[in-house]
Design a protein around this ligand. Structure first.
Ligand SMILES: [Mn+2]
Length: 324
């Protein structure tokens, strides 16, 4: 049994405050939402007042039914001297989508596993970039607290871990904590097959047709090593699991990088990068974004057509220098 020294110190720093405002990043994923719910359970069991805040949107199907449990903006009567913002699954306040004039009034604590260098000023931090999900850190925190883990909490933690690790496919040989955690959670009654069902349920014919459409019109660069896909703002309103798109395209032998461009509106474009090993985090950073080595993204204040033109130029240079 590890001694959880760092986790216990982190807990005791947070327990100095009576009110814990648990905030995740905007456009949350399952890891972020499930961790927020688990932290709420942990701190209310420890006698604290808690508030769950996420600005959304709750786009992924598997988290939509949790939406009503969250405040979508930070309006609280919690006194600032006895309250702390606990940031989960991100380390940078702007990523929460909350107005700075409100967040800056509160001290902040961070739990995160993302490799970003930029972190906001925090009273206390629990950051481990080697973990595949924030859920691993939250699980250790739970163990350190000695609060008993219920089946509901175990399910949420497994759900978060399975989602962020692509159902364990993205793990490398060093990430043994994740599988230890999975097996411990199974002892609390979690069924991996049930969680797999939760994460992959309910796709519609229309969604698969839209996927086919996007694949049909994608652009291939550098002999198919890079694939560039595009979703219009109208298509964005439909429900599409981009992970299905990325998975299918990355399974093509010659493909190294898949890029998805989404028109957010007439002025803003979101770009997501996925790769088999090429460092796309560096690429996303060039455009002011971030993420992981094989999965990263950014949002440009540039209309789609111009953004696409610039990006294709950049990708051609990368392809020429690094992929040939
Ligand atoms: Mn995460």
């Amino acid at each position: 049994m590890p001694n959880f020294r760092e986790e216990r110190q982190f807990l005791s720093n947070i327990l100095d405050y009576q009110n814990i405002i648990i905030v995740g990043h905007s456009a949350p994923d399952a890891d972020c939402i499930a961790c927020q719910l688990v932290l709420q359970e942990l701190f209310s069991t420890l006698g604290k007042n808690t508030l769950l805040v996420n600005t959304g949107p709750f786009k992924s199907r598997e988290i939509q039914h949790y939406q009503d449990l969250f405040d979508h903006t930070l309006s609280t009567s919690f006194p600032t001297h006895s309250s702390i913002i606990l940031l989960i699954d991100c380390a940078d306040m702007p990523r929460t989508g909350l107005p700075e004039e409100i967040t800056k009034k509160f001290p902040c604590a961070i739990i995160d596993h993302h490799p970003e260098k930029k972190t906001c000023r925090a009273k206390t931090k629990l950051i481990d970039k080697t973990q595949p999900a924030s859920a691993v850190l939250v699980f250790h925190l739970f163990q350190a607290s000695k609060v008993p883990i219920s089946k509901t909490i175990a399910k949420l933690l497994f759900f978060a871990l399975a989602s962020d690790s692509g159902f364990f496919r993205f793990l490398n040989h060093l990430q043994t904590d994740a599988l230890h955690m999975a097996s411990t959670l199974m002892n609390y009654g979690v069924s991996p097959s049930e969680i797999y069902g939760q994460l992959n349920k309910g796709k519609s014919t229309a969604e698969i047709m839209l996927l086919a459409n996007i694949i049909h019109r994608m652009k291939s660069l550098c002999d198919g090593k890079i694939l560039l896909c595009h979703i219009t703002s109208k298509e964005r309103k439909k429900n599409l699991s981009s992970s299905l798109l990325f998975e299918s395209l990355l399974s093509i032998e010659v493909v190294s990088i898949v890029v998805l461009m989404q028109e957010l509106n007439s002025k803003r474009t979101k770009i997501s990068f996925r790769s088999k090993g090429f460092n796309v985090q560096v690429l996303a950073k060039e455009y002011g974004g971030g993420g992981h080595l094989k999965a990263a993204g950014c949002i440009l204040n540039t209309p789609y057509r111009r953004a696409r033109k610039e990006l294709i130029k950049r990708l051609n240079i990368i392809a020429f220098n690094k992929l040939t």
